[in-house]
Write a protein that binds this ligand. Structure first.
Ligand code: GGG
Length: 365
C-alpha cells in the first residue's frame, strides 16, 4: 500500500488554541487508523504570546521560511490578556496570512444536527452559508500612523487599501465557490453608500466579474442591512463575499447564529498553492475558559475536515464530518451549545464515531 504523506505545521499558539490543536491531532491520529493510506506528519511550533514574552516577537524572523515547505498549517488561536491584541494578531496570524498571500478566507457556517440556532424557526438546513472574506488588504492593510502622541492634537489614521487585483481575485473566488454549490447564489456585501471610493469599486468589479459566471445568481447588500437579512431570512443566503473587516464581523454573527463560535471553521487559502494554506477555528483564545476543559473542539475538528478537503482527501474529510455530526446529533455537546460534556468527552465521541460508528444518543432535553 502506498501512503500519501503530508507535512503539517501545527501552531497551537494561545489559550484554548493549545487544547484544541491537541484534540484535533488526536482525532486525526484516529482518522489515520481508519484511512491507513494517509500519513499526516505533524511538526509543532511553540510560537505565540508566551514566545513573545520570552523573545519579544510572536514568531522567529525566519518563521515563514520555516513554514514554506509544509503542505498545510493547522493553527489554534491568538490572543492573551497581558499582550496587546494588535501585537498578537499582527505578529503571527496576519504575518502568516499576508506573508503567504492567503487571500481567500473561507468560512462555512451551518447548523449541525443536535445544535440549536438561537434564531426562532431556524430548522436544520435553513442556514447553510459560506462566507468568503478578502484576506490580504482592505481594512487590514496596516497603512496609517499616529502623531503627537498624548497631546490634545494627537492624530491617528487607518487607511483601507482596495486594489483592482485584490478585489477581482476574491470576487472570482467567490463566484467560483457559489458556482460549485447547488444553489449557485452569491451575495456581494459592501458599504458603497457611505464609502464612496473603494466600496463603489467593489460593486463595479462584482458586476464585471459576474459576466463570466452567467449561471450564478447574485445580488448586492449593504453590510448593515446584511445583519438584518442574516437574522430574519437566513434561508435567502448561500455564498457571501465581503471585505476583510466586514466579513470578519459577519462571520462572527454567522457563527453565533449556528449556535456558537465554538463550532465554525476557517481556511486561509492561497488558491494558486504557491505557499501552504492555513486552517484554524474561527474562535479566538477564549482566556475566560482556559484550563476548564469545556472548550468546544468541534470548530477545530471541522477545520481539520476543510484541511483534508484542500489536501484532496475527500473520503477522509467526509468520514470526519460524519463523525462530527453523529456526535452533535447524539447530544454530546459542550456548554456553549447547551450540553454538559467537556472537550475530552466530545473528542472521545468523535473518535468512537470515526472508528466504530457507535455513538449513542444522549437524552436531549
Ligand atoms: N483562530 C482565530 C483567531 O485566533 N483569531 C484571533 C483574532 O483576533 N482575529 C481577528 C481577525 O482575524 O480579524
Amino acid at each position: 500500500m502506498s501512503i500519501r504523506e503530508y507535512a503539517i505545521a501545527a501552531i497551537p499558539a494561545d489559550g484554548i488554541g493549545i487544547d484544541m490543536i491537541e484534540a484535533t491531532i488526536e482525532v486525526l491520529g484516529a482518522l489515520q487508523q481508519r484511512f491507513p493510506d494517509i500519513g499526516l506528519k505533524f511538526e509543532e511550533f511553540d510560537w505565540g504570546s508566551d514566545y513573545y514574552k520570552k523573545h519579544g516577537v510572536m514568531m522567529p524572523a525566519d518563521g515563514l521560511k520555516t513554514l514554506e515547505p509544509f503542505d498545510a498549517i493547522l493553527f489554534g488561536a491568538v490572543g492573551a490578556p497581558d499582550v496587546p491584541d494588535h501585537i498578537t494578531l499582527w505578529g503571527l496570524r496576519l504575518e502568516i496570512c499576508q506573508g503567504f498571500d492567503q487571500y481567500a478566507n473561507v468560512r462555512p457556517a451551518r447548523v449541525l444536527p443536535g445544535i440549536r440556532s438561537p434564531l426562532r424557526n431556524c430548522e436544520l438546513g435553513d442556514l447553510d452559508w459560506v462566507i468568503i472574506r478578502e484576506n490580504s488588504e482592505g481594512e487590514y492593510s496596516g497603512i496609517g500612523g499616529r502623531a503627537h502622541r498624548g497631546h490634545p492634537e494627537e492624530v491617528a489614521t487607518e487607511v483601507s487599501i482596495f486594489t483592482r487585483t485584490g478585489v477581482t481575485r476574491i470576487m472570482r473566488y467567490a463566484f467560483e465557490t457559489a458556482q460549485s454549490r447547488p444553489r449557485k447564489l452569491l451575495t456581494v456585501v459592501t458599504k458603497s453608500n457611505a464609502q464612496r471610493h473603494g466600496m463603489v469599486m467593489w460593486d463595479e468589479i462584482a458586476a464585471e466579474v459576474a459576466g463570466d459566471y452567467p449561471d450564478v445568481s447574485w445580488d448586492r447588500m449593504l453590510v448593515d442591512a446584511m445583519t438584518v437579512r442574516m437574522t430574519q431570512n437566513p434561508g435567502s443566503l448561500d455564498t457571501i463575499v465581503a471585505t476583510n473587516l466586514h466579513a470578519d464581523i459577519l462571520s462572527d454573527l454567522a457563527g453565533a447564529l449556528t449556535g456558537s463560535l465554538g463550532v465554525v471553521p476557517t481556511s486561509n487559502i492561497d488558491p494558486q498553492r504557491r505557499y501552504p494554506s492555513m486552517f484554524e477555528p474561527i474562535h479566538g483564545s477564549a482566556f475566560d475558559i482556559i484550563g476548564k476543559g469545556i472548550a468546544n473542539p468541534i470548530a477545530s475538528f471541522w477545520t481539520a475536515v476543510e484541511m483534508l478537503k484542500f489536501l484532496g482527501e475527500e473520503p477522509a474529510a467526509d468520514a470526519l464530518m460524519t463523525a462530527i455530526e453523529q456526535t452533535t446529533w447524539a447530544g454530546i455537546l459542550t456548554p456553549d451549545v447547551g450540553g454538559t460534556a467537556g472537550t475530552a468527552e466530545v473528542t472521545s465521541a468523535v473518535i468512537s464515531a470515526l472508528l466504530d460508528s457507535k455513538v449513542r444518543r444522549k437524552s436531549v432535553g
